[in-house]
Design a protein around this ligand. Structure first.
Ligand code: AMP
Length: 116
């Protein structure tokens, strides 16, 4: 169940600040407060969705499409189209999710190490 008090919900309500990269009516992309790479940006849809499956199952197709297409815009804003990047979405306990508003991590700016 979605918790309106999660930190990303507060960012969307402008109750706490973020370092914004891109925003439109459907989504917000901002720098992670604790970066795990030289560039570490988070992308969140503005709809209330707990995780990846909740987002793709319960959002309309237009919303899902625009969210993922916005990665194109953000990749150019970050100037990493040529150098590359990694997208991650942690989901649930075993996935290591800490904030229960669906988000993607975009890691870039250096060679991102292997993971198990
Ligand atoms: P996850 O473990 O996938 O749920 O990732 C949550 C991410 O949110 C972590 O990388 C945190 O560093 C990041 N985070 C938590 N609070 C904030 C905040 N106020 N602004 C930006 N990023 C945050």
């Amino acid at each position: 169940m979605y918790d309106d008090n999660n930190v990303f919900a507060k960012i969307l309500r402008n109750e706490i600040p973020c370092n914004k990269v891109y925003e439109d009516d459907y989504s917000l992309f901002f720098h992670d407060i604790n970066p795990q790479a030289k560039i570490h940006v988070l992308g969140i849809p503005k709809t209330k969705c707990v995780d990846f499956l909740d987002f793709i199952s319960n959002s309309n197709t237009k919303n899902v499409s625009i969210f993922f297409n916005n990665v194109n815009i953000v990749v150019d804003k970050l100037n990493v189209r040529e150098s590359g990047f990694r997208i991650i979405s942690n989901s649930g306990i075993n996935g290591g999710q800490e904030v229960f508003h669906f988000h993607i991590h975009i890691l870039a700016g250096e060679k991102i190490g292997a993971f198990k």
